[in-house]
Design a protein around this ligand. Sequence first.
Ligand code: GYE
Length: 328
Amino acid sequence: MLKRLSVALVAGALAFGVAACGGEEAGGGSTGGGGDDKITMGFAQVGAESGWRTANTKSIQESAASAGIELKFSDAQQKQENQIKAIRSYIAQKVDVIAFSPVVETGWDTVLKEAKDANIPVILTDRAVDSQDTSLYKTFIGSDFVLEGKKAGEWLVKEYEGKTEPVNIVQLEGTTGSAPANDRKSGFTDVIKADPKFKIIASQTGEFTRAKGKEVMEALIKANPDIDVLYAHNDDMGLGAIEAIEAAGKKPGTDIKIITVDAVKDGMTALAAGKINFIVECSPLLGPQLMDLAKKVVKGEQVEQRVLTEETTFTPEQAKAALPERKY
Ligand code: GYE
């Protein structure tokens, strides 16, 4: 099995960790007291909006169990207020560490400050916050979403190399204000803007869900009869859009070329069948690294501020080859 994740600057992190770790008893005082060394983690998840999220939740729950970490888990149904409530309740319960995947980038300083004042370390998982004060969290583990957007743009540039006619693109954006929606949009735009034949004729949120992806695509097809390319910020919205395209009597992957991000099983299946043309991978399997980081920060060890996920891209042929092994 391929190990899909890797810690950026691993050597640096290890060197730091070893140097800062003065022995087992160094962390004894920060594990909630009572002589019980079991770490309790409060995890505030975004929701259950996509196949990616389901795989991510499973990875976190399974890794917590195998790392011997007690997990308190909440699902915010894509609402920031619910996540803030969950984090406050973890602070009140005096968990040892809080991890969360912030639904949007802005508006976290107050609650993060509350965690800091309570001496509870915070780990950002999957999505970033825009806080200027980086002491409000210990580390951020997840993908480079700008790079993902760039990879999507680079495929498109190659696909239309040598052609001069306009290429009409519609974009299904992720949850408004979320890091992956902001960054996948800007990375993509940065690459295609060099060539004026690429025109984003419509761009709307599909909230990272299949249902919304379908609904928005139906409206986009009605309003724009000449769509050449769909760029969807995740597989689920792309899969919803495929239903809308087929219902409109068009062939997804041929009449309208489709690029998505994630590479979950359903997306890869559609790619292998030629209904999607290209997928940029975003790995949801963050659990094992998250648990390792949690153990370190609870002990007071120094960790890298940014831990990157390693990812690839898939063409239909590569999807066919990878599918039998795909676990999510
Ligand atoms: O791409 C999407 C999910 O934050 C990387 O959230 C994650 C994104 C993922 O809903 O499918």
